[in-house]
Design a protein around this ligand. Structure first.
Ligand code: HEM
Ligand SMILES: *[C@@H]1O[C@H](CO)[C@@H](O)[C@H](O)[C@H]1NC(C)=O
Ligand SMILES: *[C@@H]1O[C@H](CO)[C@@H](O)[C@H](O)[C@H]1NC(C)=O
Ligand SMILES: *[C@@H]1O[C@H](CO)[C@@H](O)[C@H](O)[C@H]1NC(C)=O
Ligand SMILES: *[C@@H]1O[C@H](CO)[C@@H](O)[C@H](O)[C@H]1NC(C)=O
Length: 329
């Protein structure tokens, strides 16, 4: 009894110190808006359900948007800021090609501002919308930790130095882009599974079809039976045609991406070479064999998305809560 009181005080003191110490570097938490905007996630889900039934092809771009946001300056919604003539933003950078769905974010944000003005960040909207896009294409559900705040800076040239290009091999992308952001080989092979939905422009991979080494040749790593099919869809220098990345199942989030990669039908060098890297090969082979409910991949995908969603986040009193996602307040 004699030391109960002091230990309680010490505990409280420790708690206070902990809170003080983390005042501007808190970590994200599931249910961050439980008190300030209890219906936030419900509002987003309702909008997303409506949008996905009208325009299901937006699932891919909306998942990719969160990835592009997180890899450049952290998950701070810098991808959503509009540039100016003199200061082009991430949106204006080359890898933005095919990023679309900005209108969806604006629509969701407008609903949230009507319900709880100035509370829900654009960065959190991107994270929850990406999760809902996956869930509504029959993929996994995971709890999204929230509490991100929005940044004030967006620079076009940073996209080129932070986003992995499709013509790098898996090992290069791992070492140059994933590891520096705190993601590992497993995250790379799991998150690449995001290519189970969506489409790609021919221009993102046509060098593999027509001029791989500069001698008018094709990438020898590409399945010989698949090559003519891709060539018939993508003529040389075609910059506009869209190709399903996971043909036949590009609207369904499943393990068929891994079956394709195992058959040497991955669209990009970054996909195809996942079977060369010792750290990712086994995962591809295992998921390619997976039948029935893809529980391992589904669980892993949620975990890696949460990790990706933590990259460079602003919390506490850092940044701001933007009123309109395309503009700083
Ligand atoms: C390993 C590094 C990665 C590379 C090199 C890469 C590259 C690309 C490229 C070149 C495209 C096609 C863009 C176009 O031409 O329209 C694309 C599309 C896509 N990527 Fe990735 N990506 C990577 C990782 C990821 C990650 C981590 C995710 C999300 C978890 C993701 C999700 C998507 C989705 C959903 C699409 C389809 C977009 C649409 O339908 O418009 N990618 N990716
Ligand atoms: C912001 O940029 C987008 C895409 O570049 C453009 O469509 C939109 O009109 C811009 N918004 C404003 C208010 O300038
Ligand atoms: C993407 O970048 C290109 C320039 O590379 C620009 O013309 C285009 O408007 C940008 N797209 C969006 C949606 O901002
Ligand atoms: C990936 O590319 C690098 C640089 O060209 C090369 O050194 C490495 O051997 C390649 N790795 C694989 C597995 O192909
Ligand atoms: C193939 O690449 C080489 C070297 O980059 C280039 O000189 C040649 O013009 C290209 N051929 C075609 C058909 O694009």
């Amino acid at each position: 009894m004699a030391y109960t009181v002091p230990s309680k005080i010490l505990l409280n003191l420790a708690l206070v110190l902990l809170l003080l110490g983390s005042a501007d570097a808190q970590s994200l938490q599931v249910g961050f808006y439980q008190r300030s905007c209890p219906k936030a996630e419900e509002i987003i889900r309702k909008e997303m359900t409506a949008i996905m039934s009208l325009a299901p092809s937006l699932a891919g771009p909306l998942l990719r948007m969160h990835f592009h946001d997180c890899f450049v300056r952290g998950c701070d919604a810098s991808i959503l800021l509009n540039g100016t003539t003199n200061n082009p933003a991430e949106k204006d950078g080359l890898p933005n090609l095919s990023l679309r769905g900005y209108g969806v974010i604006d629509r969701v944000k407008a609903q949230l501002e009507a319900a709880c003005p100035g509370i829900v960040s654009c960065a959190d909207i991107l994270a929850i919308v990406a999760r809902d896009a996956v869930f509504l294409t029959k993929g996994p559900f995971w709890d999204v930790p929230t509490g991100r705040r929005d940044g004030k800076i967006s620079i076009a040239s940073e996209t080129l130095t932070n986003l992995p290009p499709p013509f790098f091999n898996a090992t290069q992308n791992l070492n140059l882009f994933f590891i520096p952001k705190g993601l590992n080989a497993k995250d790379l092979v799991v998150l690449s599974g995001g290519h189970t939905i969506g489409t790609s422009h021919c221009s993102s991979f046509s060098s593999r079809l027509y001029n791989f080494t500069g001698n008018g040749d094709a990438d020898p790593m590409l399945d010989k039976d698949y090559l003519p099919k891709l060539k018939s869809k993508c003529r040389p220098n075609d910059a506009t045609t869209l190709v399903e990345m996971d043909p036949g199942s590009f609207k369904t989030f499943d393990t068929s991406y891994y079956k394709l990669v195992a058959k040497r039908r991955g669209l990009f060098t970054s996909d195809a070479t996942l079977i060369l890297d010792g750290q990712t090969k086994a995962y591809i082979e295992r998921q390619a064999q997976a039948s029935g409910f893809p529980s391992e991949f589904f669980k892993d995908f949620g975990e890696s998305m949460v990790k990706m969603g933590n990259i460079g986040v602003l919390t506490g009193n850092q940044g701001e809560i933007r009123k309109r996602c395309a503009f700083v307040n």
